[in-house]
Design a protein around this ligand. Sequence first.
Ligand code: UN1
Length: 489
Amino acid sequence: MHSSNDQTASSRPLANLIDGEWVSSGELFQNINPSDLSDKIGDYALADADQAHQAIAAANRAFPAWASTTPQQRADILDAAGTTILARKEELGRLLAREEGKTLPEAIGEVVRAGQIFKFFAGEALRIAGEKLASVRPDVEIEIRREPVGVIGLITPWNFPIAIPAWKIAPALAYGNCVILKPAELVPGCAWELARILVDAGLPPGVFSLLMGHGRVLGEVLTSSPGVHAISFTGSVATGRRVAAKAVETGKKIQLEMGGKNPLVVLDDADLKIAVEAAANGAFFSTGQRCTASSRLIVTEGIHDRFVAALVERMKGLTVDHALKPGTAIGPVVSQEQLDQDLRYLRIGQEEGARLVTGGERLSRETEGYFLSPALFTETTASMRINREEIFGPVASVIRAKDYDEALALANDTEFGLAAGICTTSLKLASHFKRHAQAGMVMVNLPTAGVDYHVPFGGRKASSYGPREQGRHAVEFYTTIKTAYQFSG
Ligand code: UN1
């Protein structure tokens, strides 16, 4: 085992952060660029179960002192981390685009979002409010206070390698918790940089640990250890449910963000340009690899054919290529496994009788990568698997509806409930949809994906479980309430 305090980006392999030390174990794993399989981003140390236990023990040792730091101390650290992230947006954006495959502008945008999240929660650390109430008994006063939960395990997905870790880490630290981050194996690079930024910003040892490697090893320890008091997870429904079942055995607080099958309703009275832009962006940007992606386009009769023709035209203008190439609109699919899943659903859709009007082709480019052209199915029905299961790729389907009422019913006809969108110029129908869409987030004349960083994020039904993430509502998950009674007679 090698341990050192001067880990730099140029030293290899990139190590895990445990109790303030950079620790590399014997086993390594590689980070490969999905735009160019010959481009190896780096070797990363695989954390093992023992190291996970060490990180948990260190976090528990660090917790009492960290929980009693002043809000100003925590705000200063979060603000410094945010400043560094924003100052390094180009370089971190390149790393993100290289390891995940979203385009460079998208990647830089994500880095900026991560920086802003740290700044936002630096402010929130100073705004932890309580309540004071009179008791029903004489001479007794009641205080309702928020306290940190303890040690929080964060399990994050590959599709937002810096923003999702940021929106879990920043509130956790702001409210005085210790954190153990287990990033997705496909994208250790941004997580590692984030860990280094947090150390440099002045976080004491043990308050934040980074464990890179296999979910089945590290996730198992984090979800079953009594030394972890809460788990926030973003990923698939199947994994999320396993995490929750395990975590509840030791009484952990749980927050899950899982799949989506988000509808975008396009009504006859929609502004066609706005609707096509919302659909193209929502369905295909970030290669469709967003749980907020608009994967079901529910279109009423009067605009159906015009909408499909205009969207196909727009899709043909989207350049699919290396994520770092100027002019690329859609980067590669993240991995061979994800590509296989996308291709499998493209086959399933055709077998189910849907019409593949454009895309869905494996593309070869100058570099060898997982390039797939954005695909659109038409003549689909709500019961088809392509309209019920999350594909998580650049694949969308159009469902025809006769009117608004049918469109709304179709929009809600899904086990998921993350985001729902509508394109219309009718104030009345927009307002009705905002009230009646069964989703945690509703968008009018906007894509279902691409949300602000300072307001609650999350869904209903099978999409989410537990309190909301982001904005000041994040306080619900990352704090626990204490009701204090005091007699002063
Ligand atoms: C966005 O649409 O801006 O995994 C964010 C996901 C979501 C984040 C989407 N948790 O795709």
